[in-house]
Design a protein around this ligand. Structure first.
Ligand SMILES: [Zn+2]
Length: 683
């Protein structure tokens, strides 16, 4: 996402200059402070007060869809990984580091890729074109985790909350080339739909299809039906899941040859299966049964071409970038090949457990993580962050103990749940297992398939195992944190760097950024979704009827506050869609503030940069989310991201915290002002 031209400026502004403060032993934040806007009252727009100068003076680089604090950390990570991967050129043959280096070189080797052209996917395209029936296509869908096929259902392995200690195969609705169902159904995505049509025509022309325009129209029409049959985001909640066995699927969602699908996926007949969107599963399967076979083959071909494009020749990679990297994000120019290669090799943008998405498929992210940990995660950082995590957990515990709307018995169970959490820091303690992986420097696609097959067989092996909360989901280089499904929270090494955490910074800023991040993850276990899981990791309603009423009242109030934010003209935040993250942000910053106060041990906070301790905690949060996005990226976020846009994550949270009013003298009549009775406190 980053270009050479603007890189230096960005790094200096956000990351490098903060690091340089370490040497000077000064706790102030001149770079952030100079980006403030003193002309805006904090009570009118806290986000602009904290960031207005920066917002005015910063343009989004042409090859970016976003610029800001977190984006700088992501760009910086790609640079660090590039250096590490290059340095692995002398690693011993057969070692993980050597495989990683070879994969990176294979991805970067465009002359070889151009020479191979379509040949790496020729046999797959042939299989699809000749598929005689729906059973064969069902079987191809079941291969989605290990090959470039498309599927109406993503399949992955995760924790079964009916049991809490066993894994199950999860099915979730898929089958769309655009990011979300709303892109097919809503009027504000006309240009994205047109971009898809152009992309499809290019893909079909590239494989010599007769009448590529007509075929592209067929695929668009089919995907529009898929979109209509799919569930919207607010229906996709754990409480709507259906727990079953693989053998139950033909009765629950007739139309797909499920036996063929599961056999291809390697999931045994007796396996536990969780259907994420049961109503959609039924409708999608019926659609699959009804659609003409030639249309299903065209649709499958489109997905095979789309998924394999990043691994094929220059022409296809360019088309893929124009659609995914530019039309859908608003980036003006494509990413340089080295950065695509780093992201493909190291999975630096892969979110979650991996799988078919372009950011995850075939990446050696655990091997890259081992190298990153060794280079960038010293014991000193581990100890400092561990101390902070302990302080945050204690602060959250204290807030639960003193919660005024929960029954004592529920509070007790909430604390039991908090205590049951496994906390992971940095990354896995064992090296990545790449024994089954073959990397061929002259055959990138085969290499990617080999990695994917190894990943998937390791996932499948879990089906018979007891849930291990120590197992990592996010790789160490992720610039993010995760509240997992195994009663676990993880803080990868990639998160524990500026702008989130900086050992040289004044503690108040670190509490406002890193502390709120940690608190955020804790409170996810108690948000609108997490609260349905008990201390034994089972889905169970452990709340009294009165607790439920109290929680829902507060959650609804918060959601309607967020509904009122309008980041783009006429396009509002969807408070229900972002609710879990909003509850976590509010809880996280509240917990962080408490933890900062406890950290002071009754001493008054020092004044730094002319700011009080509490002011710096709030500014730490507002500076963390300093950033801006293209219209397309913002639109995509509003449509399908569970996180609210930057300014909403700041303004939506602070106005509900009493201490913010005191810290900045916010009063009636200012735009963000809420009367004490309107302020929402959940955790
Ligand atoms: Zn979150």
């Amino acid at each position: 996402m980053s270009g050479v031209g603007n890189r230096k400026y960005l790094r200096c502004l956000i990351a490098a200059c903060l690091i340089s403060l370490a040497g000077a032993a000064v706790a102030s934040e001149p770079n952030h402070a100079s980006g403030m806007d003193d002309a805006t009252a904090p009570g009118d727009d806290f986000y602009v007060y904290a960031n207005g100068g920066w917002l005015r003076s910063t343009a989004i680089p042409l090859d970016h869809a976003e610029v800001g604090s977190m984006q700088a950390a992501v760009d910086d990570m790609d640079e660090k990984l590039r250096n590490l991967v290059n340095a692995a050129s002398s690693a011993p043959p057969g070692s993980n580091a050597q495989k990683l280096h070879t994969y990176f070189r294979a991805f970067s080797d465009m002359p070889t890729r151009d020479r191979l052209g379509l040949s790496p996917v020729q046999s797959l395209l042939g299989e699809i074109a000749k598929a005689p029936d729906r059973s064969t296509l069902s079987s191809l869908m079941g291969h989605e985790q290990v090959d470039f096929t498309g599927s109406l259902f993503d399949i992955y392995i995760d924790v079964d909350h009916d049991d809490g200690h066993q894994y199950a195969a999860f099915l979730s609705q898929a089958g769309l080339l655009l990011p979300d169902r709303s892109y097919y159904l809503e009027p504000n995505f006309v240009s994205e739909r047109e971009a898809l049509r152009v992309y499809l025509v290019t893909l079909f022309e590239g494989i010599g299809t007769n009448d590529p325009r007509r075929v592209a129209d067929d695929v668009m029409a089919f995907e529009t039906r898929v979109a209509s049959a799919s569930w919207s985001d607010d229906m996709q909640v754990a409480s709507n899941e259906r727990h079953a066995r693989a053998t139950d699927l033909p009765a629950l969602a007739p139309g797909i040859d499920w036996a063929a699908f599961f056999k291809a996926a390697g999931v045994g007949e007796g396996s536990r299966v969780v259907i994420g969107e049961p109503g959609a599963a039924k409708a999608l399967s019926a659609l699959f049964a009804k659609a003409p076979l030639p249309v299903l083959r065209e649709w499958m071909t489109a997905h095979a071409m789309d998924r394999s494009a990043p691994f094929l020749d220059s022409r296809r990679i360019a088309a893929w970038q124009r659609f995914h990297g530019q039309a859908l994000t608003g980036r003006s120019t494509p990413l340089p090949i080295w950065q695509l290669a780093i992201r493909a090799a190291t999975g630096s943008q892969c979110v979650g457990a991996g799988g078919p998405s372009a950011d995850c498929f075939g990446s050696l992210r655990w091997a890259a993580g081992d190298i990153y940990l060794a280079a960038y995660f010293p014991d000193g950082t581990r100890q400092q962050v561990q101390a902070m995590i302990d302080q945050l957990r204690a602060a959250f515990r204290h807030r639960i103990e003193h919660n005024d709307w929960m029954a004592p018995s529920t509070r007790e169970q909430a604390i039991r749940k908090l205590d049951a959490y496994t906390v992971k820091l940095g990354g896995p303690s064992h090296a990545a297992d790449l024994r089954a992986v073959t990397i061929n420097q002259h055959d990138l696609s085969a290499s990617a398939r080999s990695v994917a097959a190894s990943d998937w067989s390791q996932q499948l092996a879990r089906l018979g195992e007891r849930v291990d909360p120590k197992r990592w989901v996010e790789a160490p280089q992720s610039v993010d944190a995760n509240n997992g499904t195994a009663l676990d929270v993880e803080f990868p090494a990639g998160l524990l760097q500026p702008p989130v955490f900086d050992p040289a910074r004044d503690a108040a800023y670190n509490f406002g950024a890193m502390g709120a991040f940690i608190g955020h993850e804790w409170t996810h276990g108690f948000d609108d979704e997490g609260r349905h899981i008990d201390a034994d990791n089972r889905k169970r309603d452990w709340w009294t009827a009165k607790d439920n009423v109290q929680f829902l009242k507060r959650a609804k109030q918060l959601a309607s506050q967020y509904d009122a934010f309008e980041p783009l003209p006429g396009e509002h935040v969807h408070g229900e869609q972002t609710l879990g993250e909003d509850i976590a942000d509010l809880g996280g910053l509240s917990v962080a503030l408490d933890a900062y106060h406890a950290f002071l041990h009754g001493q008054s906070a020092p004044v730094v940069d002319g700011l009080s301790g509490d002011q710096r905690v709030f500014l730490g949060w507002a500076w963390l989310w300093r950033g801006k996005k293209t219209r397309e990226a913002l639109q995509a976020q509003l449509a399908n991201d569970v996180h609210a846009p930057f300014e909403v994550r700041v303004n939506g949270v602070v106005r509900n915290i009493d201490a913010w009013y005191e810290a900045f003298g916010v009063h009636v009549g200012q735009r963000l002002y809420l009367s004490p009775g309107q302020r929402v406190r959940i955790w």
